[in-house]
Design a protein around this ligand. Structure first.
Ligand code: SF4
Length: 308
């Protein structure tokens, strides 16, 4: 059946599809502390944290970070080194920097209040289409679709794109999400699709027998386990990706006391115990990248610390 035919058929069953999913969510939705939050800062923080970190880790770090930085104001006025320290264990430290920059913009340009307009939200540091829509829906109650990895998977299985094995273009998936969006309960609907993708319609082994969409889904019991995708080789050293060494560098700097610095010659061995003279150029480039991102500060030519 063509995609158009499939869409028409599904739109006929939209009511059933929506009520099945919402009922399933009512019984099986995950109990997550940010679920019933509407405060824009708290919603945004949870979304940024969840971007590249597992839910189990965010569950621990979210309340800790909130306790330390409970508002845009407190975050904007904090020392950057303290924000990076509080981000410990989350990975991808650039997010902490962008979050603080965002807080500064919100304070300077929007009197400490996150704008409600999606286009304005998307101009803020670190906010892409997904996060802007998530904040608009979960915090401001707007009826807008959301597409993240989990939702994309569910939607494209329920309504597969035309053409064998063709992956849907991003815009097409957003249009699909828009067409499925119910008139009411957009918040619960988006949360429900996320949970469905995370717990039932998983990438490798979907549990179709437990899925509220099984009677409507053309992919039910059809998804075969795919060979794990071969990861593109990342730049690194000795088989270890640079992102690991970046994480180790920030971790070593987190341990310094306030205003303390460390010699790069010492730092080199902290992050790579078998450091050799042939690694020098690579190490300098690693530090250069971190400095350019604003994650470290060169105090003198051969000493570094976290930014103030
Ligand atoms: S029936 Fe199976 S493939 Fe279809 S949405 Fe549900 S879990 Fe995914």
């Amino acid at each position: 059946m063509s995609k158009r035919g499939r869409l028409e058929l599904l739109s006929k069953h939209k009511k059933l599809l929506t009520s099945n999913v919402l009922r399933w969510y009512g019984k099986n939705g995950r109990d997550l502390p940010w679920r019933n939050e509407h405060d824009p800062y708290r919603v945004l923080l949870s979304e940024v944290m969840l971007q590249q970190t597992q839910v189990s880790r965010v569950l621990t770090k979210y309340p800790q970070f909130l306790k330390r930085f409970p508002s845009f104001k407190r975050l904007a006025e904090a020392k950057t080194s303290d924000v990076i320290k509080a981000w410990e264990g989350m990975g991808y430290n650039n997010r902490a920097l962008r979050l603080q920059k965002l807080a500064e913009v919100v304070l300077d340009k929007y009197q400490g209040k996150l704008p409600r307009d999606i286009q304005q939200l998307e101009t803020l540091p670190g906010i892409g289409r997904y996060t802007a829509h998530a904040v608009a829906c979960f915090s401001f109650g707007q009826r807008v679709p959301i597409v993240d990895t989990n939702i994309r998977r569910v939607l494209t299985r329920v309504c597969p794109p035309g053409g064998r094995g063709r992956s849907p273009e991003e815009e097409e998936t957003w249009t699909l999400a828009e067409s499925f969006l119910p008139r009411r309960h957009a918040h619960d609907w988006n949360q429900a699709l996320m949970d469905l993708g995370a717990t039932i319609c998983t990438a490798a082994l979907p549990k179709c027998d437990h899925c509220p969409l099984v009677s409507l889904c053309p992919s039910a019991h059809q998804v075969r386990r795919k060979k794990p995708a071969v990861r593109k080789s990342e730049p690194g050293n000795g088989g270890i990706p640079n992102r690991i060494f970046r994480g180790r560098t920030i971790q070593a700097l987190r341990k310094l006391k306030s205003r303390q610095t460390i010699a790069t010659s010492v730092l080199a061995f902290r992050i790579k115990p078998d450091f050799q003279s042939t690694d020098r150029r690579w190490f300098e480039s690693l530090l250069g990248g971190l400095e350019k991102d604003g994650l470290i500060r060169r105090v003198a030519r051969r000493r570094v610390s976290l930014p103030e």
